[in-house]
Design a protein around this ligand. Structure first.
Ligand SMILES: *[C@@H]1O[C@H](CO)[C@@H](O)[C@H](O)[C@H]1NC(C)=O
Ligand SMILES: *[C@@H]1O[C@H](CO)[C@@H](O)[C@H](O)[C@H]1NC(C)=O
Length: 404
Protein backbone atom coordinates (compact mmCIF):
# COMPACT_ATOMS: atom_id res chain seq x y z
CA UNK A 1 0.00 0.00 0.00
CA UNK A 2 1.20 3.45 -0.81
CA UNK A 3 0.39 6.06 1.75
CA UNK A 4 -2.31 8.46 0.77
CA UNK A 5 -1.00 11.98 0.83
CA UNK A 6 -2.75 14.11 3.34
CA UNK A 7 -2.11 17.68 2.47
CA UNK A 8 -4.02 19.89 4.73
CA UNK A 9 -5.50 22.80 2.96
CA UNK A 10 -8.07 25.30 3.98
CA UNK A 11 -11.54 25.51 2.61
CA UNK A 12 -13.08 28.85 3.32
CA UNK A 13 -16.80 29.03 3.13
CA UNK A 14 -17.89 32.60 3.66
CA UNK A 15 -21.32 32.65 5.14
CA UNK A 16 -23.53 34.74 2.96
CA UNK A 17 -26.89 36.14 3.85
CA UNK A 18 -29.63 35.48 1.34
CA UNK A 19 -30.07 38.41 -0.98
CA UNK A 20 -26.88 40.19 -0.08
CA UNK A 21 -23.31 39.20 -0.68
CA UNK A 22 -22.11 40.04 2.77
CA UNK A 23 -19.48 37.93 4.40
CA UNK A 24 -20.50 37.50 7.97
CA UNK A 25 -17.96 38.51 10.57
CA UNK A 26 -14.25 38.25 10.24
CA UNK A 27 -14.05 34.58 10.91
CA UNK A 28 -14.86 32.72 7.74
CA UNK A 29 -16.04 29.18 8.08
CA UNK A 30 -13.18 26.93 7.17
CA UNK A 31 -12.78 23.26 6.72
CA UNK A 32 -9.68 21.36 5.89
CA UNK A 33 -9.35 19.52 2.63
CA UNK A 34 -6.59 17.23 1.52
CA UNK A 35 -4.89 17.19 -1.83
CA UNK A 36 -4.52 13.57 -2.60
CA UNK A 37 -2.23 11.66 -4.95
CA UNK A 38 -3.29 8.06 -5.24
CA UNK A 39 -0.52 5.65 -6.13
CA UNK A 40 -2.45 2.54 -5.32
CA UNK A 41 -2.28 1.44 -8.96
CA UNK A 42 1.46 2.13 -9.11
CA UNK A 43 3.15 5.34 -10.12
CA UNK A 44 2.02 5.80 -13.69
CA UNK A 45 -1.72 6.03 -13.38
CA UNK A 46 -2.24 9.78 -13.62
CA UNK A 47 -2.34 10.03 -17.37
CA UNK A 48 -4.29 6.79 -17.73
CA UNK A 49 -6.92 8.04 -15.30
CA UNK A 50 -7.06 11.34 -17.15
CA UNK A 51 -7.46 9.61 -20.50
CA UNK A 52 -10.27 7.43 -19.22
CA UNK A 53 -11.94 10.52 -17.80
CA UNK A 54 -11.52 12.48 -21.00
CA UNK A 55 -13.04 9.74 -23.14
CA UNK A 56 -16.01 9.37 -20.85
CA UNK A 57 -16.53 13.12 -20.42
CA UNK A 58 -16.70 13.56 -24.14
CA UNK A 59 -18.86 10.55 -24.75
CA UNK A 60 -21.21 11.03 -21.82
CA UNK A 61 -22.98 13.48 -24.05
CA UNK A 62 -24.33 10.49 -25.90
CA UNK A 63 -25.51 9.34 -22.52
CA UNK A 64 -29.17 8.99 -22.94
CA UNK A 65 -28.95 5.56 -21.47
CA UNK A 66 -29.69 4.98 -17.83
CA UNK A 67 -26.89 5.28 -15.35
CA UNK A 68 -24.38 6.89 -17.65
CA UNK A 69 -22.59 10.01 -16.55
CA UNK A 70 -19.21 11.62 -16.83
CA UNK A 71 -16.32 9.75 -15.59
CA UNK A 72 -13.96 11.05 -13.05
CA UNK A 73 -10.29 10.70 -12.43
CA UNK A 74 -9.53 10.49 -8.81
CA UNK A 75 -5.84 9.76 -8.88
CA UNK A 76 -5.31 13.40 -7.98
CA UNK A 77 -7.89 15.50 -6.35
CA UNK A 78 -8.89 17.81 -3.59
CA UNK A 79 -10.87 16.15 -0.85
CA UNK A 80 -13.35 18.09 1.27
CA UNK A 81 -14.48 17.05 4.71
CA UNK A 82 -18.26 16.97 4.45
CA UNK A 83 -20.48 16.24 7.44
CA UNK A 84 -23.57 14.13 6.88
CA UNK A 85 -26.30 13.12 9.31
CA UNK A 86 -27.38 14.05 12.81
CA UNK A 87 -25.23 13.52 14.74
CA UNK A 88 -22.93 14.10 11.80
CA UNK A 89 -20.31 11.75 10.50
CA UNK A 90 -17.51 13.27 8.44
CA UNK A 91 -16.73 11.93 4.98
CA UNK A 92 -13.82 12.76 2.68
CA UNK A 93 -15.33 13.69 -0.67
CA UNK A 94 -13.57 14.58 -3.93
CA UNK A 95 -14.28 18.15 -5.06
CA UNK A 96 -15.42 17.67 -8.67
CA UNK A 97 -16.77 20.27 -11.09
CA UNK A 98 -17.03 17.62 -13.84
CA UNK A 99 -19.79 15.60 -12.21
CA UNK A 100 -22.84 16.53 -10.17
CA UNK A 101 -24.00 13.67 -7.95
CA UNK A 102 -22.90 13.89 -4.32
CA UNK A 103 -22.49 10.50 -2.75
CA UNK A 104 -20.81 8.68 0.14
CA UNK A 105 -19.95 5.18 1.20
CA UNK A 106 -16.87 4.25 -0.84
CA UNK A 107 -14.12 3.88 1.79
CA UNK A 108 -16.08 4.58 4.96
CA UNK A 109 -19.58 3.13 5.15
CA UNK A 110 -22.53 5.51 5.41
CA UNK A 111 -23.87 5.71 8.95
CA UNK A 112 -27.63 6.11 9.19
CA UNK A 113 -28.69 8.67 11.77
CA UNK A 114 -31.91 10.36 12.86
CA UNK A 115 -31.86 12.62 9.78
CA UNK A 116 -31.34 9.81 7.24
CA UNK A 117 -34.30 9.10 4.96
CA UNK A 118 -34.15 6.25 2.47
CA UNK A 119 -36.06 7.28 -0.66
CA UNK A 120 -35.91 3.72 -1.98
CA UNK A 121 -34.61 4.93 -5.35
CA UNK A 122 -31.73 3.00 -6.84
CA UNK A 123 -28.96 5.36 -7.96
CA UNK A 124 -25.90 4.71 -10.06
CA UNK A 125 -23.20 6.70 -11.83
CA UNK A 126 -20.63 5.18 -14.15
CA UNK A 127 -17.38 7.12 -14.30
CA UNK A 128 -14.57 6.44 -16.75
CA UNK A 129 -12.29 5.01 -14.14
CA UNK A 130 -14.87 3.83 -11.66
CA UNK A 131 -18.49 3.72 -10.67
CA UNK A 132 -20.84 3.56 -7.76
CA UNK A 133 -24.30 2.18 -7.29
CA UNK A 134 -26.58 2.14 -4.30
CA UNK A 135 -29.64 3.90 -2.93
CA UNK A 136 -30.70 7.52 -2.80
CA UNK A 137 -31.16 9.05 0.65
CA UNK A 138 -31.95 12.51 1.81
CA UNK A 139 -29.94 13.73 4.75
CA UNK A 140 -28.51 16.77 6.49
CA UNK A 141 -25.26 17.89 4.84
CA UNK A 142 -22.97 20.40 6.49
CA UNK A 143 -19.71 22.09 5.55
CA UNK A 144 -19.11 23.53 8.99
CA UNK A 145 -21.04 25.63 11.42
CA UNK A 146 -23.61 27.71 9.61
CA UNK A 147 -23.55 26.00 6.24
CA UNK A 148 -26.07 23.24 6.74
CA UNK A 149 -28.44 21.86 4.15
CA UNK A 150 -31.40 19.76 5.18
CA UNK A 151 -32.89 17.02 3.02
CA UNK A 152 -30.04 17.00 0.52
CA UNK A 153 -30.26 14.12 -1.91
CA UNK A 154 -27.17 11.96 -1.60
CA UNK A 155 -26.20 8.66 -3.08
CA UNK A 156 -25.31 5.94 -0.60
CA UNK A 157 -23.03 3.46 -2.31
CA UNK A 158 -23.55 -0.24 -1.77
CA UNK A 159 -20.80 -0.90 -4.29
CA UNK A 160 -18.16 1.38 -5.73
CA UNK A 161 -15.12 0.83 -7.90
CA UNK A 162 -12.09 3.08 -8.30
CA UNK A 163 -12.28 5.16 -5.14
CA UNK A 164 -9.40 4.06 -2.94
CA UNK A 165 -9.04 6.09 0.22
CA UNK A 166 -11.96 8.48 -0.35
CA UNK A 167 -15.58 8.20 0.68
CA UNK A 168 -17.24 9.62 -2.43
CA UNK A 169 -17.75 12.77 -4.46
CA UNK A 170 -18.93 16.31 -3.83
CA UNK A 171 -20.50 17.02 -7.24
CA UNK A 172 -20.15 20.68 -8.28
CA UNK A 173 -21.10 20.32 -11.95
CA UNK A 174 -24.39 21.41 -13.56
CA UNK A 175 -27.59 19.70 -12.37
CA UNK A 176 -28.23 18.29 -15.85
CA UNK A 177 -25.38 15.83 -15.37
CA UNK A 178 -27.39 14.02 -12.68
CA UNK A 179 -29.95 13.00 -15.30
CA UNK A 180 -30.08 9.24 -15.63
CA UNK A 181 -28.51 8.54 -12.26
CA UNK A 182 -31.85 7.63 -10.67
CA UNK A 183 -32.37 4.29 -12.39
CA UNK A 184 -36.16 4.26 -12.16
CA UNK A 185 -36.62 7.92 -13.22
CA UNK A 186 -34.23 8.35 -16.11
CA UNK A 187 -35.38 11.88 -16.96
CA UNK A 188 -35.27 13.21 -13.40
CA UNK A 189 -32.42 15.44 -12.27
CA UNK A 190 -31.22 15.86 -8.69
CA UNK A 191 -30.65 19.35 -7.23
CA UNK A 192 -26.96 19.71 -6.44
CA UNK A 193 -25.47 20.83 -3.15
CA UNK A 194 -24.91 24.30 -4.65
CA UNK A 195 -28.55 24.55 -5.70
CA UNK A 196 -29.79 23.42 -2.30
CA UNK A 197 -27.55 25.92 -0.51
CA UNK A 198 -29.24 28.56 -2.66
CA UNK A 199 -32.83 27.33 -2.41
CA UNK A 200 -32.52 27.16 1.37
CA UNK A 201 -31.40 30.79 1.42
CA UNK A 202 -27.91 30.06 2.70
CA UNK A 203 -26.09 31.57 -0.29
CA UNK A 204 -27.37 34.48 -2.42
CA UNK A 205 -26.26 33.11 -5.78
CA UNK A 206 -25.45 29.69 -7.15
CA UNK A 207 -21.75 30.38 -7.42
CA UNK A 208 -18.80 28.18 -6.52
CA UNK A 209 -15.24 29.49 -6.64
CA UNK A 210 -12.07 27.45 -6.58
CA UNK A 211 -8.54 28.41 -5.63
CA UNK A 212 -5.76 25.95 -6.34
CA UNK A 213 -2.08 26.71 -5.95
CA UNK A 214 0.91 25.11 -7.65
CA UNK A 215 2.86 22.71 -5.53
CA UNK A 216 6.19 20.98 -5.80
CA UNK A 217 5.42 18.37 -3.24
CA UNK A 218 2.86 15.70 -2.57
CA UNK A 219 2.28 16.94 0.89
CA UNK A 220 1.84 20.72 0.97
CA UNK A 221 -0.90 22.40 -1.00
CA UNK A 222 -3.49 25.03 -0.33
CA UNK A 223 -6.85 24.85 -1.97
CA UNK A 224 -10.00 26.75 -1.21
CA UNK A 225 -13.61 26.40 -2.16
CA UNK A 226 -16.09 29.25 -1.70
CA UNK A 227 -19.82 28.76 -1.97
CA UNK A 228 -22.02 31.74 -2.86
CA UNK A 229 -19.33 34.18 -3.96
CA UNK A 230 -15.63 34.73 -4.46
CA UNK A 231 -12.71 35.31 -2.12
CA UNK A 232 -10.87 38.48 -3.09
CA UNK A 233 -7.79 37.43 -1.12
CA UNK A 234 -7.21 34.59 -3.58
CA UNK A 235 -6.93 36.51 -6.84
CA UNK A 236 -5.44 39.71 -8.23
CA UNK A 237 -7.11 42.22 -10.54
CA UNK A 238 -10.69 41.44 -11.40
CA UNK A 239 -12.61 38.36 -12.46
CA UNK A 240 -13.58 38.26 -16.14
CA UNK A 241 -16.57 36.17 -17.10
CA UNK A 242 -17.43 34.27 -20.24
CA UNK A 243 -20.81 32.69 -20.98
CA UNK A 244 -21.23 28.93 -20.76
CA UNK A 245 -20.84 27.73 -24.34
CA UNK A 246 -23.82 26.75 -26.46
CA UNK A 247 -21.69 24.15 -28.25
CA UNK A 248 -22.63 20.59 -27.46
CA UNK A 249 -21.34 18.49 -25.71
CA UNK A 250 -19.19 21.03 -23.81
CA UNK A 251 -22.44 22.87 -23.02
CA UNK A 252 -23.51 20.08 -20.66
CA UNK A 253 -20.51 20.81 -18.39
CA UNK A 254 -18.75 23.97 -17.29
CA UNK A 255 -18.03 24.54 -20.97
CA UNK A 256 -16.58 27.67 -22.58
CA UNK A 257 -15.25 28.89 -25.93
CA UNK A 258 -11.54 29.62 -26.20
CA UNK A 259 -8.72 29.83 -28.71
CA UNK A 260 -5.08 29.03 -28.01
CA UNK A 261 -1.89 30.51 -29.43
CA UNK A 262 1.76 29.62 -28.80
CA UNK A 263 3.91 32.68 -29.40
CA UNK A 264 2.51 33.85 -32.75
CA UNK A 265 1.39 30.35 -33.82
CA UNK A 266 -2.30 29.45 -33.71
CA UNK A 267 -2.72 26.16 -31.88
CA UNK A 268 -6.52 26.07 -31.67
CA UNK A 269 -9.06 28.42 -33.27
CA UNK A 270 -12.00 29.43 -31.16
CA UNK A 271 -13.84 26.30 -30.14
CA UNK A 272 -15.71 24.83 -27.21
CA UNK A 273 -14.24 22.76 -24.38
CA UNK A 274 -14.56 22.48 -20.63
CA UNK A 275 -13.05 23.55 -17.33
CA UNK A 276 -12.65 20.63 -14.93
CA UNK A 277 -11.13 20.32 -11.46
CA UNK A 278 -11.07 16.53 -11.81
CA UNK A 279 -8.69 16.36 -14.78
CA UNK A 280 -5.00 16.72 -13.95
CA UNK A 281 -3.43 17.67 -17.28
CA UNK A 282 -4.41 20.18 -19.95
CA UNK A 283 -5.95 18.36 -22.90
CA UNK A 284 -6.33 19.79 -26.41
CA UNK A 285 -7.71 18.37 -29.67
CA UNK A 286 -5.34 16.12 -31.62
CA UNK A 287 -4.62 18.60 -34.42
CA UNK A 288 -3.93 21.36 -31.87
CA UNK A 289 -1.68 18.99 -29.94
CA UNK A 290 0.29 18.17 -33.09
CA UNK A 291 0.78 21.90 -33.74
CA UNK A 292 1.91 22.45 -30.15
CA UNK A 293 4.35 19.53 -30.30
CA UNK A 294 5.79 20.80 -33.54
CA UNK A 295 6.07 24.39 -32.31
CA UNK A 296 7.81 23.38 -29.07
CA UNK A 297 9.99 20.68 -30.66
CA UNK A 298 8.90 18.21 -27.98
CA UNK A 299 9.04 14.44 -28.38
CA UNK A 300 6.64 11.88 -26.99
CA UNK A 301 8.18 10.07 -24.02
CA UNK A 302 7.18 6.43 -23.99
CA UNK A 303 7.76 5.93 -20.26
CA UNK A 304 5.27 8.58 -19.17
CA UNK A 305 3.19 9.17 -22.30
CA UNK A 306 3.91 12.89 -21.91
CA UNK A 307 5.69 15.35 -24.17
CA UNK A 308 9.36 15.67 -23.26
CA UNK A 309 11.66 18.61 -24.03
CA UNK A 310 15.38 19.20 -23.62
CA UNK A 311 16.56 21.97 -21.33
CA UNK A 312 17.66 23.94 -24.41
CA UNK A 313 14.13 23.72 -25.79
CA UNK A 314 12.69 24.59 -22.40
CA UNK A 315 14.79 27.77 -22.40
CA UNK A 316 13.33 28.62 -25.81
CA UNK A 317 9.75 27.87 -24.81
CA UNK A 318 7.24 30.65 -25.52
CA UNK A 319 4.07 31.65 -23.74
CA UNK A 320 0.96 29.58 -24.35
CA UNK A 321 -1.97 32.01 -24.48
CA UNK A 322 -5.60 31.09 -23.83
CA UNK A 323 -7.98 33.63 -25.34
CA UNK A 324 -11.29 33.54 -23.48
CA UNK A 325 -13.81 36.30 -24.14
CA UNK A 326 -11.75 39.47 -24.49
CA UNK A 327 -9.11 38.27 -22.03
CA UNK A 328 -5.85 36.41 -22.51
CA UNK A 329 -4.67 33.95 -19.88
CA UNK A 330 -1.02 33.07 -20.27
CA UNK A 331 0.72 29.90 -19.23
CA UNK A 332 4.37 30.87 -18.96
CA UNK A 333 7.03 28.35 -19.97
CA UNK A 334 7.34 27.30 -16.34
CA UNK A 335 3.57 26.83 -16.09
CA UNK A 336 3.69 24.51 -19.13
CA UNK A 337 5.90 21.94 -17.43
CA UNK A 338 5.12 19.32 -14.81
CA UNK A 339 6.78 19.99 -11.41
CA UNK A 340 10.11 18.23 -11.77
CA UNK A 341 10.07 17.16 -8.12
CA UNK A 342 6.98 15.09 -8.95
CA UNK A 343 8.43 13.47 -12.09
CA UNK A 344 9.08 10.12 -10.48
CA UNK A 345 5.42 9.84 -9.44
CA UNK A 346 4.62 9.72 -13.15
CA UNK A 347 7.22 7.05 -13.74
CA UNK A 348 9.52 9.67 -15.26
CA UNK A 349 13.13 10.65 -14.76
CA UNK A 350 13.71 13.20 -12.00
CA UNK A 351 15.80 15.49 -14.22
CA UNK A 352 13.59 15.36 -17.32
CA UNK A 353 11.25 18.16 -18.41
CA UNK A 354 7.72 17.02 -19.24
CA UNK A 355 5.00 19.24 -20.66
CA UNK A 356 1.51 19.29 -19.16
CA UNK A 357 -0.27 19.56 -22.55
CA UNK A 358 -1.78 16.31 -23.70
CA UNK A 359 -3.79 14.96 -26.64
CA UNK A 360 -7.56 14.73 -26.16
CA UNK A 361 -7.56 11.94 -28.76
CA UNK A 362 -10.09 13.41 -31.21
CA UNK A 363 -9.90 16.23 -33.78
CA UNK A 364 -11.02 19.80 -33.13
CA UNK A 365 -14.46 21.00 -34.13
CA UNK A 366 -16.44 18.37 -32.24
CA UNK A 367 -17.65 20.67 -29.48
CA UNK A 368 -15.16 19.26 -27.00
CA UNK A 369 -11.74 20.53 -28.02
CA UNK A 370 -9.99 21.13 -24.71
CA UNK A 371 -10.08 20.44 -21.01
CA UNK A 372 -8.55 23.10 -18.82
CA UNK A 373 -7.70 20.83 -15.92
CA UNK A 374 -5.92 21.22 -12.63
CA UNK A 375 -2.63 22.29 -14.24
CA UNK A 376 -4.47 25.32 -15.70
CA UNK A 377 -6.58 25.98 -12.62
CA UNK A 378 -3.58 26.12 -10.27
CA UNK A 379 -2.55 29.27 -12.20
CA UNK A 380 -5.96 31.00 -12.37
CA UNK A 381 -8.77 31.48 -9.89
CA UNK A 382 -11.98 30.02 -11.33
CA UNK A 383 -15.65 30.78 -10.73
CA UNK A 384 -18.58 28.53 -11.69
CA UNK A 385 -21.73 30.63 -11.81
CA UNK A 386 -24.96 28.69 -12.29
CA UNK A 387 -27.16 31.74 -11.68
CA UNK A 388 -25.67 33.73 -14.56
CA UNK A 389 -24.61 30.72 -16.64
CA UNK A 390 -21.00 31.82 -16.92
CA UNK A 391 -17.48 30.90 -15.93
CA UNK A 392 -15.00 33.42 -14.53
CA UNK A 393 -11.23 33.53 -14.30
CA UNK A 394 -8.77 35.82 -12.60
CA UNK A 395 -5.04 35.95 -12.20
CA UNK A 396 -3.45 35.02 -8.91
CA UNK A 397 -0.07 35.59 -7.35
CA UNK A 398 0.85 32.16 -8.74
CA UNK A 399 -0.07 32.90 -12.38
CA UNK A 400 3.48 33.83 -13.37
CA UNK A 401 5.32 32.20 -10.50
CA UNK A 402 8.27 29.92 -11.17
CA UNK A 403 7.30 26.84 -9.22
CA UNK A 404 8.03 23.88 -11.43
C1 LIG B 1 -19.97 6.15 -26.36
O1 LIG B 1 -21.13 5.74 -25.66
C2 LIG B 1 -21.92 4.81 -26.39
C3 LIG B 1 -23.19 4.56 -25.61
O2 LIG B 1 -22.90 4.24 -24.30
C4 LIG B 1 -21.09 3.53 -26.62
O3 LIG B 1 -21.85 2.60 -27.34
C5 LIG B 1 -19.84 3.91 -27.40
O4 LIG B 1 -19.01 2.78 -27.55
C6 LIG B 1 -19.06 4.99 -26.69
N1 LIG B 1 -17.97 5.46 -27.54
C7 LIG B 1 -16.73 5.60 -27.08
C8 LIG B 1 -15.75 6.13 -28.07
O5 LIG B 1 -16.41 5.33 -25.94
C1 LIG C 1 -19.13 29.62 -28.97
O1 LIG C 1 -18.74 29.08 -30.21
C2 LIG C 1 -19.83 28.59 -31.00
C3 LIG C 1 -19.22 27.95 -32.23
O2 LIG C 1 -18.31 28.78 -32.84
C4 LIG C 1 -20.78 29.73 -31.34
O3 LIG C 1 -21.89 29.22 -32.03
C5 LIG C 1 -21.26 30.36 -30.03
O4 LIG C 1 -22.06 31.49 -30.33
C6 LIG C 1 -20.05 30.80 -29.21
N1 LIG C 1 -20.48 31.45 -27.97
C7 LIG C 1 -21.17 30.83 -27.02
C8 LIG C 1 -21.50 31.62 -25.81
O5 LIG C 1 -21.51 29.67 -27.10
Amino acid sequence: MFPVASLLTILILPLLIAGSAIEVGNSPITLSIARRLDFSDGPINLLQHDKARVAALKNSSSKDHVGSAPLTNFAVGYVAAVHVGSPAKTYSLIVDTGSSNTWVGAAAAYVKTSSSVNTGQPVSVIYGSGSFSGTEYTDTVSFGSGLTITKQSIGVASTSIGFTGVDGILGLGPEGLTKGSLINSPTTTIPTVTEKLHSEGIIPEMVVSVSFEPTKSRTVTNGELTFGGTDATKYTGSIAYTPVTTEYPASTYWGINESITYGSTTILSSNAGIVDTGTTFLFIASDAYTRYQSATGASLDTATGLLLISSAKYKALKNLDFHIGSETYTLTPNAQIWPRSLNTYLGGSSSAIYLIIHDIGTPSGEGFDFINGYTFLERFYSVYDTTKSRVGFAKTKYTDATTN
